[in-house]
Design a protein. Structure first.
Length: 388
């Protein structure tokens, strides 16, 4: 009997012994993402929770199917993958089967929602994230009628507003390329402190990127789980900044509400499939406020600085260029404070007839001298593939 066969038998025997330990250790599986009864559209993350955790080493594979068709199979933790639901919202039957070393199977099912009235209205709305200050202080308590919005110089009635008290959907994309090795521990500590300052109900998605991308956590509200996801980040490989930009934008929820992205990188892009122009186009299609942090070497490269500034400015966000890890806490504090005071305005899409052309947005607040930073404009989303 060869070594592989012996190893398989030992694994099966160990799994069987674990399962026989008692009813309290009977393994179970549930689908953590997507949630049952929610509508899914575009790239969607599938993830499961398997308990107890000590059974994880004996999971051979986890297979996801959608409407009876195989979507993906994962053979090691975290048991998660992505599937493109397309741009038409419809009901789906999601099924997951985990196969253990001894041949046992764990199963779970759920159904997602069909397109309802709210989603139909939302598809024809333009969202505009806004931060308002006066004399350097955030202005709270503004109402929908306090804002004036114009598209290409034409006033648009503000139909809805999410206030600064609403929950936040935050995506953090952290550069984990090889050049980050010396400073990654410090950066991870700063990221944990940033996450600890989110409010109850705020959700965080964590992406690590080098010359590929790793989804460590998605819309996680539990701080301990978020910190465990940060601990998974390890430095190696090159930098695919533009790919990470596109992926981070894709991961932002399309639900109504406050959204933000923090994109952190310490070097020039050398490995992306997406071009800078393609990434910039996707930024212009996004409804989230983007904050870019060019760290270390990235803070000294003029071309990269301009690119990160352009990305952030188009969405109403800001670009930061700290030279030292000791400056990160201050930068992250500023970003969290702004996101905590963000308004999101909505107005009806005037027309789809002119396609993906750039449409300029201007926002002002009535009744005082305010500093207003908002999404500068938008393009309707182009569904063509992103690439060179």
């Amino acid at each position: 009997m060869n070594a592989n066969a012996i190893g398989a038998l030992l694994a099966a025997a160990t799994a069987a012994a674990s399962l026989a330990a008692g009813a309290q250790s009977t393994p179970s599986i549930r689908i953590a993402s997507p949630a049952a009864g929610t509508a899914i559209v575009g790239v969607t993350r599938f993830a499961v929770v398997i308990e107890p955790r000590d059974v994880l080493p004996f999971i051979r594979s986890v297979t996801f199917t959608v409407d009876g068709q195989a979507a993906c199979t994962v053979e090691r933790p975290p048991f998660a993958c992505s599937w493109d639901a397309g741009e038409v919202v419809r009901e789906h039957h999601v099924r997951v089967v985990a196969t253990l070393a001894g041949g046992e199977r764990l199963k779970a099912n759920l159904r997602t929602a069909d397109l309802g009235y709210v989603e139909r209205v939302r598809a024809d709305a333009v969202l505009v994230p806004v931060v308002v200050t006066r004399d350097g202080q955030f202005v709270r308590g503004l109402k929908r009628q306090d804002f004036e919005v114009a598209e290409d110089g034409v006033r648009q009635p503000v139909t809805a507003m999410a206030s600064e008290d609403g929950a936040l959907d935050l995506v953090l994309a952290i550069d984990i390329s090889g050049s980050m090795e010396a400073s990654l521990d410090t950066v991870k500590a700063a990221v944990k402190r940033l996450l600890s300052k989110l409010r109850p109900g705020d959700a965080a998605t964590l992406v690590g990127f080098n010359d590929t991308l790793f989804l460590a956590a998605e819309r996680e509200q539990d701080q301990q789980a978020r910190e465990r996801a940060v601990d998974l980040l390890t430095a190696w490989g090159g930098t695919a900044l533009y790919d990470a930009t596109v992926r981070a934008l894709d991961l932002v929820s399309r639900d109504w509400g406050r959204k933000g992205i923090i994109l952190f990188s310490d070097g020039e892009d050398r490995n992306s499939l997406a071009s800078r122009e393609a990434a910039a186009r996707r930024v212009q299609e996004s409804e989230a406020m983007l904050y870019t942090v060019g760290f270390g070497g990235a803070a000294t490269v003029p071309a990269l600085q301009r690119g990160l500034e352009d990305f952030a400015r188009a969405t109403g966000g800001r670009a930061f260029f700290p030279r030292n890890a000791s400056d990160l806490d201050e930068v992250f504090d500023q970003i969290v404070a702004e996101l905590a005071h963000q308004y999101v305005l909505s107005y009806a899409l005037p027309s789809r007839e002119q396609g993906q052309r750039w449409r300029q947005i201007s926002v002002r607040v009535r009744g005082g001298k305010y500093d207003v930073r908002a999404r500068q404009g938008y393009r309707l989303r182009d569904e063509a593939p992103i690439g060179r």
